[in-house]
Design a binder for this molecule. Structure first.
Ligand code: ADP
Ligand code: MG
Length: 419
């Protein structure tokens, strides 16, 4: 296998002339049949880490992914790079009998290089029995943080994967991938999958072009937001609110004040949601006021600001949501409004949940409080949370936050902590 020219394969299948970040090292590890663990921020290019070796290696790679929409996008994209229709398949409960037969035939014939499955399909007895008898090149577990209760998207079915994998084959190499960088989640993933010897590849989570700012949230928060948006008129921005009601109210307030804004939340019908999303992407409007329902898969490169009207429930969520600003490498202003009573509100939301979940939720919220109230470099805080060292004097983007630009005096910093 050593004579494979990976750059040539990359060009042939994807048309790219360079690997991004650690992709090439990851791919070499998979080709050498070793387990690997990939931690890269969203947009880092994780899919290619398993897609390219799947296309190169003999047999079918199984890709576990939690969302049907994500799988479908990837399968469509893969089919467009090859004339072979069965090169990538999805195996799930939406298929009828004859479709399932076709999928299985393509795997047996060696046509299918990637088989996307949801964890609940993989655990089905008939699928395990079938896959056991096939040539499986490796197993990729995308969005692997779903394994951990400390992640933002825990899926209990992900916890059964290890048992299933062992039944499908003893020596199938595993690659787990996630954009969740917290050490706790990483540990959970490695332990649960039983791949503690996996080679770990971690990209930096630093976003040097993002400016982080936290302001106290007062009764005049709406006026503060209007002023900020007007000072940035003509630029694209997202404003996140906790509730649908607040989204509706704030978008109306902005409209009344002459700002072109639309609301976006899961309570709107799908036609309206799609329309508002398109208006934002096409720049018919400047601002989307949204709940966290907005953003998954939104790839607008020139979002210039992300405002949090309400503080998010974890540093992870904050990082993901602010991360939608400045994708093109240009300016990205991340402004969050913070009041301790919003933390209490978030605590109250959790009160109906199981105790274990409440404890985790509480611990994550305490980190948010510490972040909002800190007087050290915000970037250093975030990166430390993700297990990364950052030099707040010489690091890339070191002066890109409010605390570094306007250091609080010692006594002020203390006064700020009014719990
Ligand atoms: P992730 O899963 O890490 O969020 P994706 O796999 O969705 O990221 O990739 C993000 C984007 O980067 C995609 O548009 C993809 O086509 C692009 N990309 C991936 N690898 C390369 C590369 N080597 N050169 C150029 N673009 C790439
Ligand atoms: Mg991905």
């Amino acid at each position: 296998m050593t004579e494979i020219n990976l750059h040539q394969e990359l060009k042939k299948y994807f048309g790219f002339s360079q690997f991004k970040g650690l992709q090439e090292e990851v791919i070499k590890t998979i080709i050498a049949n070793k387990d690997s663990f990939v931690i890269m921020p969203t947009g880092g290019g994780k899919s290619l880490c398993y897609q390219l070796p799947a296309l190169i290696k003999e047999g079918t790679a199984i890709v576990v992914s939690p969302l049907i929409a994500l799988m479908k996008n990837q399968v469509d994209a893969l089919r467009s790079i090859s004339s072979e229709h069965g090169i990538a398949h999805v195996l799930n409960s939406s298929l009828n009998k004859s479709e399932i037969k076709q999928v299985k035939a393509d795997i047996t014939n060696g046509i299918t290089k990637l088989l996307y499955v949801a964890p609940e399909s993989l655990t089905k007895e008939e699928n395990v029995e079938f896959l056991k008898s096939q040539k499986i090149s490796f197993l990729a577990i995308d969005e692997a943080h779903c394994i951990s209760e400390w992640g933002h998207d825990f899926r209990p079915e992900y916890r059964n994967l290890r048992r299933i994998i062992q039944r499908i084959g003893d020596n199938i190499p595993i690659i787990a991938l996630t954009a969740t960088a917290t050490p706790k989640v990483q540990e959970d993933i490695l332990k649960n999958l039983g791949i503690t010897d996996a080679k770990t590849f971690k990209a930096s989570f630093n976003r040097p072009n993002l400016y982080y700012e936290i302001r106290p949230k007062t009764a005049s928060v709406d006026a503060d937001i209007i002023r900020f948006v007007k000072q940035n008129s003509g630029k694209s921005g997202i404003i996140y609110c906790l509730s649908r009601k607040r989204v509706e109210e704030l978008s109306q307030t902005l409209q009344v004040n002459g700002i072109s804004a639309v609301p976006y939340h899961a309570g709107l019908d799908s036609k309206k949601r799609a329309k508002h999303q398109d208006m934002f992407l096409m720049e018919d409007i400047d601002v989307v006021v949204a709940t966290i329902a907005f953003g998954m898969g939104i790839d607008k490169p020139d979002v210039r600001f992300v405002i949090h009207h309400d503080i998010p429930k974890s540093i992870e969520s904050y990082y993901q949501e602010t991360g939608r600003a400045g994708r093109d490498g240009g300016e990205g202003h991340c402004l969050a409004f913070y009041a301790y009573k919003d933390i209490e509100k978030l605590e109250k939301f959790m009160s109906g949940k199981p105790v274990a979940e409440q404890e985790i939720g509480h611990a994550l919220l305490q980190e948010v409080v510490a972040f909002a109230e800190t007087s050290i470099s915000r970037r250093k805080f975030i990166l430390h949370y993700f297990g990364e060292e950052f030099d707040s004097e010489t690091g890339d983007g070191a002066d890109m936050d409010d605390n570094v630009r306007n250091p609080k005096k010692q006594h002020e910093a203390k006064d700020e902590v009014k719990l």
